[in-house]
Design a protein around this ligand. Structure first.
Ligand SMILES: Cc1ncc(C[n+]2csc(CCOP(=O)(O)OP(=O)(O)O)c2C)c(N)n1
Ligand SMILES: [Mg+2]
Length: 407
């Protein structure tokens, strides 16, 4: 049943009683908790109202965002398709890694698809997103093709960073990566928000970070500057319960990440329900661009796989816990339950069609990525693409003092 409520306290390693008390939370992570308000129209693009579960949000110094909002059948189907495509892409990467075609670091987001997809459905291409290394889904949702993402993982020329960045360094318009240094993207995100304000753009910046990153000093420094200048930044903590092999309750003295902004209002969100993620993000965008300053969001989510491909992910948590989340709180199954069984918006055939279509598309793009050549092995390749064309310095030092490249 998808209606069971997941509470982080049951996952926390019981180090000490206070840690457990702190880990208690009331936001549901039921992926299918929203309800329909209006009758469903025939037309694909005609809006109708849905109502999120009362347990979708918890607030800090903030009024609860509206639980009712308008959707269309086409929008819901697109959300479903996007989540299925992200998962297929991650599964393809998983296989390519196991086949030893992808080398080095590779962090997958299987289980967390509702966050990347829900955010994108609430913002425009002119809004900005920056995240850590678990970035493939965001790169896709920000407009990167599956071919370019997989080719990047394979280190090929057609990669989104020309095969020179790899898993953690993917960029596209409105997407500043893909950052391997834990927490480093948070102040950079505040800087992007500053740029948006300086240029008087009506856009927000979503700066994502993990529960593990949330205790870093630079995160709080970024909070301070952002509030001081009322920057249009959404600090979004993707709380997937673990930082590598350490549970949130073991690393954080206070696991209510949405309250960590102290003087910045916060919102905890069911990050397994794409509909809740979308509404929270739409609210956060409106809030931050209206001049009220930054907002802290906490998406309560879960990763199914290990931290990276080299971590089996079962030494610090039980197989039962992972199975429980997969079988009861899966974001894709959650939306499917709603649109297929509960609301009858799609037929079984349509759902199968969407899934087949995603599978074929991913397979085709993976094949094209595999056919892509490796970058030319010349020194020129190494020094190219570091600076925006036209902004290069006169010269740049290479790996040794002797190795200098003149632009
Ligand atoms: C500054 C820095 N310290 C340590 C690391 C090693 N490291 C990589 S990921 C990670 C855990 C981060 O966990 P979290 O922020 O919860 O993100 P998640 O992996 O759960 O998405 C650590 C400690 C790093 N990359 N950078
Ligand atoms: Mg984490």
């Amino acid at each position: 049943m998808l209606s069971r409520t997941f509470r982080a306290a049951r996952l926390a390693v019981p180090l000490r009683a206070s840690a457990l008390a702190n880990a208690h939370r009331t936001v549901t992570s039921d992926a299918a908790s929203s309800a329909i308000k209006d009758s469903i129209p025939q037309e694909d693009d005609k809006p109708f109202t849905i109502k999120l579960s009362d347990e979708s949000f918890e607030t800090y110094k903030l009024d609860t965002p509206p639980l009712e909002y308008e959707v269309t059948k086409a929008g819901l189907k697109k959300m479903y398709r996007d989540m299925v495509c992200v998962r297929r892409m991650e599964l393809a990467a998983d296989q390519l890694y196991k086949d030893k075609k992808i080398r080095g670091f590779c962090h997958l987001s299987t289980g967390q698809e509702a966050v990347a997809v829900g955010i994108e459905h609430a913002i425009t291409p002119d809004d900005q997103v920056i995240t850590a290394y678990r970035c493939h889904g965001f790169a896709y949702m920000r407009g990167g093709t599956i071919k370019s993402i997989i080719a990047e993982l394979l280190g090929r020329k057609d990669g989104i960073a020309y095969g020179k960045g790899g898993s953690m360094h993917m960029f596209t318009k409105g997407f500043f990566g893909g950052n391997g240094i834990v927490g480093a993207q948070v102040p950079v995100g505040a800087g992007i928000g500053f740029a948006m304000k300086y240029m008087e753009r009506p856009n927000t910046t979503i700066a994502l970070y993990g529960d593990g990153a949330s205790n870093q000093g630079q995160v709080f420094e970024a909070f301070n500057m952002a509030k001081l200048w009322d920057l249009p930044v959404v600090f979004a903590c993707e709380n997937n319960q673990y930082g590598m092999g350490t549970s949130a309750a073991r690393s954080s003295a206070m696991t209510e990440y949405y309250k960590r902004g102290q003087y910045i209002p916060g919102l905890r969100v069911n990050g397994m329900d794409v509909l809740a993620v979308k509404q929270a993000t739409a609210f956060a965008k409106e809030y931050t661009v209206s001049g009220k300053g930054p907002l802290v969001l906490e998406f309560v989510t879960y990763r199914y796989g290990g931290h990276s491909m080299s971590d089996p992910g079962t030494t610090y948590r039980t197989r039962e816990e992972v199975l429980f989340m997969r079988s009861t709180n899966d974001p894709i199954e959650g939306l499917k339950t709603k649109i297929l069984n509960d609301w009858g918006i799609v037929t079984e055939e349509e759902i199968k069609g969407i899934e087949r279509n995603c599978r074929e598309m991913v397979d085709e793009e993976v094949a094209q990525a595999e056919a892509s050549p490796e970058p030319d092995s010349t020194p020129y390749t190494l020094f190219k693409d570091i600076y925006v064309p036209g902004s290069e310095p006169a010269w740049m030092r290479g790996r040794t003092v002797e190795e200098t490249h003149y632009y």
